[in-house]
Design a protein around this ligand. Structure first.
Ligand code: HEC
Length: 511
């Protein structure tokens, strides 16, 4: 796991700030260091003894391997390309993949004539297409449509499944006429067990509200919560197990570190979304359409902070083109953050400086070439050293920090300080009276319920993910508007606290 800074929530600030800081410290622990130690991770159940339609679906999607792998011109296809879904998509709809037109394989389409072929008259004709590569008019099907050598069971299962593919009767995991089952991976044992349990309760409570109001298209929401186990690897394994189990439609509000390659592969293979995930990832690549977060990534927070400082810092008005020095503690953690930020256009120039300890922080910040603007990605104790060091040099200086890393700043002295919060300011206010995580979990589930409603009665992952992207401006609670869109993979925008005597947080100006 990447480690940017160690978090030590400390107890000398005002009660409210302290509470938020502790909660935000936990955010980072989850985002960067994994969930806390605990025992017994859940493992997967396989795809055994399935009814024909379920078996056909598993074969179609590559969840169950073919007894004999398909070939193309006599050559065995690569493992990742053997499933029908790899080319024809989870819904079997017509599409273009890498410039190749791929026809629909939904039963209703196959049993109708098209411009290029007559209707497939019966399953024998259809099987001829799959096993011998001949279309309904006898024409040889061209590459990359492979040739299959099915067993009798596979033949029966696949034909049974093709008849329901893309229809209401297609068994979407976790969804039936009466229920939508959602999964969540939470720390349910170990030091963070109490947090995990509070999140679970918040999810259940919001589900009960939705269900009492009739559910979603008459379907009741149900929760399957599994323990994340002691570390990021066990958390990922628990998530993979849940996806493989086919018990859940989507993973929601999981308190997870960034998904590893294994989890991403499982999500893609089973066409399962992991949405409104809690925790703070280093970055949220747009090319992972199945994964969204409730809070903005560290990269998004630093980018927003740097842009805001370029406008808001008093020193900025005199030296607009000034670069901003970014101080970080650990090289390995900063590397991925830096890579994510380098990929963003239009940011002020960031000059990255390692400052592993108090001596280095002091020396670097008092360097005459340090400039007047700095971002400290440092744990609270080192951030305090930075504040002190900055206030000792001549001139007007401006420091930017992330509450998720340094906590909320104490009095800033002569230094102006802009603190980035990974959520609207109203969350911070509410966190004075209620624990932060349940509040975030509640927002996550409210967003998911709304997306399920907008996805419509015929629910599948593609419709659900598309519906989630329409939640731009949807507010689960007053003042808590979400910003999900096809481009934005996180729900909440960054807001700021300006430390200059005033303690007002204001929302991020959209630009
Ligand atoms: C590696 C990619 C790939 C895989 C895997 C694949 N197909 Fe195809 N399939 C194609 C392409 C491309 C065509 C179009 C070929 C043509 O029109 O000449 C096609 C055509 C078809 C057709 C003919 C449709 C028509 O309108 O005539 C059927 C039926 C079909 N595929 C079903 C399946 C099924 C079922 C599976 C899994 C058992 C499967 N395909 C696996 C790429 C693939």
């Amino acid at each position: 796991m990447k480690r940017l800074a160690s978090i030590q929530p400390h107890g000398r600030h005002a009660f409210r700030a302290c509470r938020v800081q502790a909660a935000l410290g936990a955010l980072l622990l989850v985002g960067l260091n994994g969930v806390g130690p605990s025992a017994n991770a859940q493992t997967s159940t396989g795809v055994d003894s399935l009814a024909p339609v379920a078996m056909g679906r598993a074969l179609y999607r590559g969840e169950l391997p073919w007894r004999q792998p398909p070939t193309l011109h006599g050559v065995t296809l690569a493992a990742g390309a053997q499933a029908c879904a790899a080319c024809h998509g989870a819904q079997g709809q017509a599409r273009t993949e890498a410039g190749v037109a791929i026809p629909s394989v939904q039963w209703q389409r196959l049993s109708q004539a098209t411009d290029v072929r007559p209707a497939y008259a019966d399953t024998a004709q259809l099987l001829r297409a799959l096993e011998e590569g001949r279309a309904s008019d006898g024409r040889p099907l061209s590459a990359p449509m492979p040739r299959f050598a099915f067993t009798e069971d596979e033949r029966r299962a696949l034909i049974a499944y093709l008849q329901v593919l893309g229809t209401d009767a297609d068994p979407v995991p976790g969804v039936d006429a009466k229920r939508i089952v959602l999964g969540s991976v939470l720390p349910l044992s170990g030091p963070q067990a109490a947090t995990g349990e509070r999140i679970r309760q918040a999810l259940l409570q919001r589900m009960a509200q939705v269900n009492a109001a009739g559910g979603v298209f008459g379907r009741q929401l149900e929760l399957v919560a599994v323990d994340a186990g002691p570390d990021p690897a066990s958390a990922s394994e628990a998530a993979v197990g849940l996806v493989h189990s086919h018990r859940v439609f989507a993973l929601v509000a999981s308190l997870l570190p960034e998904p590893d390659a294994k989890l991403l592969a499982a999500l893609a293979r089973h066409d399962t979304a992991m949405v409104a995930t809690l925790g703070v990832p280093v970055s949220t690549p747009a090319r992972e359409p199945l994964v969204t977060w409730l809070l903005p990534s560290l990269a998004t927070q630093v980018a927003a902070l740097a842009s805001e400082m370029a406008h808001a810092c008093p020193s900025a008005t005199r030296q607009r083109t000034e670069r901003i020095r970014v101080y970080y503690q650990s090289e390995s953690a900063a590397r991925s953050l830096r890579a994510a930020l380098d990929a963003r256009a239009g940011l002020p120039h960031l000059d990255w400086q390692a400052a592993p300890d108090a001596v280095a922080v002091r020396r670097k910040l008092q360097d005459p070439d340090a400039g007047t603007q700095a971002i400290a990605l440092l744990p609270a104790s080192l951030a305090d050293v930075a504040r002190q060091a900055m206030s000792e040099v001549e001139g007007v200086h401006c420091l930017g920090t992330l509450a998720a890393i340094s906590g909320e700043a104490s009095a800033a002295g002569r230094t102006h300080e802009l603190v980035a919060l990974p959520m609207p300011p109203v969350v911070r206010e509410s966190a004075a009276d209620a624990p932060l995580w349940p509040l975030l979990a509640d927002s996550a589930l409210a967003a998911v319920a709304e997306a399920l409603a907008r996805a419509g009665r015929q629910l599948d992952t593609a419709r659900f993910v598309a519906a989630l992207d329409t939640l731009h401006g949807f507010a689960p609670r007053p003042g808590l508007a979400l910003g999900f869109s096809a481009r934005q993979r996180h729900g909440f925008d960054v807001s700021y606290l300006w430390k200059e005597g005033s303690d007002e947080a204001r929302p991020s100006p959209r630009r």
